[in-house]
Design a protein around this ligand. Sequence first.
Ligand code: BV8
Ligand code: ZN
Length: 239
Amino acid sequence: MASDLGIVRERVASARSLVVLTGAGISADSGVPTFRGSDGLWRNFRAEDLATPEAFERDARLVWEWYNWRRELIAPKKPNPAHTAVVEFERRCRQFWLITQNVDGLHRAAGSEQLSEIHGNIWKVRCTACGVVEENYDVPIRILPSCRHCQALLRPHIVWFGESLSAGDVACCGTALQSCDVLLVIGTSGVVYPAAGFASVAKEAGAFVAEINPDPTPQSGIVDISLKGRAKDVVPLLL
Ligand code: BV8
Ligand code: ZN
């Protein structure tokens, strides 16, 4: 492990262009439940049933009750040393980009600025009619909130299953993954696409890829190095 850690630290230090991809695991150390772990957020509510446009169409109240519950859960949580280390990477690397699947907003709270929140942000709402996107930090949020511009129903500004990522994010991530020489994959189970395919995109483009996760993932077979451990313990050691 020590030599692996040394190799990854050396690669990060000499990276011309560094990309970091994160999932729920980086927020686990802030007390935010992951989706598929033993404390699985989705155990209580099957996300495939709720995080979909069909569910919202069928029962917007239930979907808003689930998101309100998650907003109340996340509101008091703080970034952890792994989030802070990622901000330090951004400060040190000439070319840096962060791709996060997390909707909790903790990377922004830690100070990350060069990032794509490819699955959206739980603190943003979008009007189902006029499409206006706004930040909303109400806790609790009124169930079935309405647009202050056109009174139509608001939805979470989140990418649900079966919905495409924004074209802007897809382009931005593609460029970053094609041009990076180091990709760090931190705290993702690597089952949700298209993010689950990002490690192989970078690998095929010639990048050195390392993953940080207490458990093996479907990408463990293709990354150069897997560092077994919790993000809050391992990521700061890469500085
Ligand atoms: C798309 C927002 C093109 C919701 C999320 C059938 C029907 C419809 C679609 C599909 C289908 N089959 C496949 C698909 C595609 C689908 C997909 O991939 N499904 C999977 C389930 C098979 N993808 C999509 O639908 C995407 N869109 O493909 O568009 C398209 C368009 C139209 C038609 C077809 C195709 C959209 C995907 C986005 C879904 N939205 N989130 C919400 O949050 O409310 S996904 C959700 O999962 C979260 O965003 C989360 O980030 C993401 C991934 O989960 P992880 O972050 O990896 O978290 P997880 O709990 O799984 O893992 C935690 C990891 O951390 C573990 O590995 C654990 O070991 C580790 N860990 C734990 N503790 C720590 C740690 N690591 C470090 N330190 C620790 N302390
Ligand atoms: Zn509106």
